[in-house]
Design a protein around this ligand. Structure first.
Ligand SMILES: [Zn+2]
Length: 267
């Protein structure tokens, strides 16, 4: 077995890890979009660095765009296999990929206006709404814990990673040439004691673990004092000064948590 990292290496987006078995079977773990602005990011998103048509299976750890955002492009470039994710990941991916197509269309409209003024040909989006809708036909939903056979000698098991709804660690049992290898791809791992989600569940023992680390060198704050500080900010800005609080927050995960905390605050 060989593993090649085509994203989320030396940066924290574009998660894409290609497992190639000795018999040639190719399993892609996540198919994320590199996020950022500018030509360099555009170029990173336009080439996979492998042949999409040769990939047999795509296993999706969760729906965040930095893990799922290039799936429609994978299909446009020839992928004809099966996409595995939990039911919630499947449903949320549709919402997020449609949103991604809409954002790209909006950005391009502005960008192409500028290009036209400079006499340059228009650029195309990575994918459009209809590409997302046809992508959904490739999805097969798999329950947490439930071992699922992909092909001879390859079994998949999703374990709840407690990161966003539907998120999972991907656990593969691979038997090749009489040898069994346990491979775990953690996906993004959530925190213990989250307000809305289950805590990350233990995954099976593994021979190899692929683990991305964004906040690996930081300790998360205890949530209780943060809620109290949040309440004080809101009281001061909205009640005392009659102003507004504008909160930049991730649209999936953080925003739901913020709304939940706001609803529970003792105002
Ligand atoms: Zn994530």
């Amino acid at each position: 077995m060989k593993i090649a990292f085509h994203g989320a290496a030396r940066n924290v987006t574009g998660s894409k890890h290609l497992v190639t078995l000795n018999n040639g079977t190719k399993i892609l773990l996540d198919c994320g979009m590199f996020q950022g602005m500018g030509q360099e990011t555009d170029e990173m998103n336009s080439e996979f660095g492998f042949d999409a048509a040769e990939v047999n299976f795509l296993i999706l750890s969760h729906a965040h765009i930095d893990h799922s955002g290039l799936i429609p492009r994978l299909i446009a470039q020839g992928f004809k296999g099966v996409i595995f994710g939990t039911q919630a990941t499947k449903e949320l991916s549709k919402i997020l990929l449609l949103d991604s197509a809409k954002i790209q269309a909006g950005d391009l409209k502005y960008e192409n206006k500028k290009r036209q003024q400079r006499g340059l040909p228009p650029e195309k989006a990575l994918y459009e709404e209809e590409d997302v809708l046809s992508t959904m036909e490739y999805f097969v939903a798999v329950d947490y814990q439930n071992p699922t056979r992909l092909t001879d000698g390859v079994t998949l098991q999703f374990i709840d990673a407690g990161h966003i709804i539907g998120s999972a660690s991907v656990n593969l049992t691979i038997v090749e040439d009489g040898k069994t290898t346990q491979l775990c791809f953690s996906g993004d791992v959530g925190q213990y004691g989250d307000l809305l989600l289950r805590s990350p569940q233990e995954f099976p023992q593994a021979d190899y673990i692929l683990l991305e680390s964004t906040y690996g060198d930081r300790l998360h704050k205890d949530a209780q004092p943060t809620e109290e500080a949040f309440l004080q900010v809101i009281l001061k800005a909205c009640v005392e000064k009659k102003g507004k609080v504008i909160i930049p927050a991730f649209s999936v995960g953080r925003t739901q948590e913020l709304l939940y905390i706001l609803n529970n605050l003792d105002l």
